[in-house]
Design a protein around this ligand. Structure first.
Ligand code: SF4
Length: 367
């Protein structure tokens, strides 16, 4: 569990299991529901309240985000990695996957291909390879891409606060770091070696970035590794802690569901569409102002529906391999299998057909 939460996994599970329909109704009736209301809203008892939860979440979403959906795209700059995550084909021991770290010219070509789709927010992704993705190299990438995009975010190895200051100066403003699982024992099992085996260093990543000035701090666990309800409770506790500690930054939720990989890892605790929707609605209701993203891991129908009620942000036309947009063309060796393979124009059309506006840029830095 999230270590600063003063409840054990068993206590959280017992509370969730004991939730009655009256508790769910009471949570939904509150103006400002809190952590314990979130436990009620993710309980099995909440399943009977789905229509009411959709209404309530959509209302909260509309109040803070209007009828808009922000779009972004990931840009994988490299997939070499020194870690050993058992579920990932980019792990150091996995031989089957082609490895590539893009040169500055290739990064520029990829970025131009993304920019041509209209996308103005970019998430730079890389495996953990300190020899290639040094702080200086990442800063160089930031300086290269900043003139091309209004918003740059990073999903790379956790860095020190000092490095985050350097990266913020170079143009990065957002950070995403999945904790993968908040269960310390299972974390050890899934990350047996490499720098990622340090649970605490990873857990405080967003905190260090927030102190360095990053404006958006992305939190998530990987859905499928462990039972989702205690993980969701930990995610909520992590977000509450970050909101208190890094009050100048915005917390962003993602709910990445494990997708099939070439290596064939099978998650022990798959999450159904119904449970994923329930969880996203619950988080929108309890955290109405926080950003929430839905990635191309999910099917088009699910994505188009969830941006009406919970998510305010989605990826479009993603390629999850280094060089996937322009450099490698069809030779796509991906980290996982994408489910929504629609080109960006179709994603924009679907957003508009749902009565919402596509937002490429939603703020300007005047300081
Ligand atoms: S999940 Fe990330 S850190 Fe782990 S092996 Fe894959 S790329 Fe490396």
């Amino acid at each position: 569990m999230f270590p600063y939460l003063k409840l054990s996994k068993e206590e959280v599970e017992a509370r969730i299991a004991a939730t009655t329909p009256d508790d769910v109704a009471a949570a939904l009736a509150k103006d400002r529901p809190g952590f314990f209301d979130l436990l009620a809203l993710i309980s099995p008892a909440a399943a009977g309240f789905l229509p009411r939860m959709r209404e309530r979440a959509a209302e909260a979403r509309r109040r803070y985000y209007g009828r808009t959906v922000s779009v972004y795209a990931p840009l994988y700059i490299g997939n070499t990695c020194v870690n050993s995550c058992r579920y990932c084909d980019f792990r150091i021991q996995h031989q089957g996957t082609a490895r590539k770290d893009l040169s500055p010219d290739e990064i520029r070509a990829e970025a131009e291909a993304v920019r041509a789709t209209g996308v103005d927010s970019l998430l730079v992704v890389a495996g953990e390879n300190p020899r290639v993705n040094s702080p200086e190299h990442l800063a160089e990438v930031g300086r290269l891409l900043k003139p091309m995009f209004s918003y740059l975010a990073l999903e790379v190895a956790p860095q020190s606060e000092e490095t985050y200051r350097l990266l913020f100066e170079a143009g990065f403003e957002g950070l995403t770091c999945f904790q993968e699982t908040y269960d310390q024992e299972r974390y050890k099992y899934f990350h047996p070696a490499g720098p990622k085996s340090d649970y605490d260093w990873r857990l405080r990543t967003q905190w260090r970035a927030g102190r360095a000035g990053f404006r958006t701090l992305g939190v998530a666990f990987l859905l499928g590794l462990c039972p989702w309800r205690p993980e969701a409770a930990s995610l909520a506790a992590h977000a509450i802690w970050l909101q208190r500690e890094c009050w100048r930054s915005k917390v962003q939720f993602a709910f990445p569901r494990f997708c099939p990989t070439e290596g064939g890892f099978q998650p022990e605790h798959p999450v159904s569409d119904e449970d994923l929707e329930l969880m996203m609605l619950a988080f929108r209701i309890v955290f109405p102002t926080c950003c929430m993203t839905v990635s191309t891991r999910e099917a088009p129908a699910f994505r188009d529906r969830i941006v009406q009620t919970a998510a305010d942000n989605m990826s479009a036309g993603s390629r999850v391999t280094p060089g996937g947009y322009a450099v490698l063309a069809d030779h796509d060796v991906a980290q996982f299998t994408l489910t929504d393979k629609r080109p960006p124009a179709e994603v924009y059309a679907a957003i508009r057909a749902g009565g919402q506006e596509v937002v490429f840029k939603n703020w300007d830095n005047r300081i």
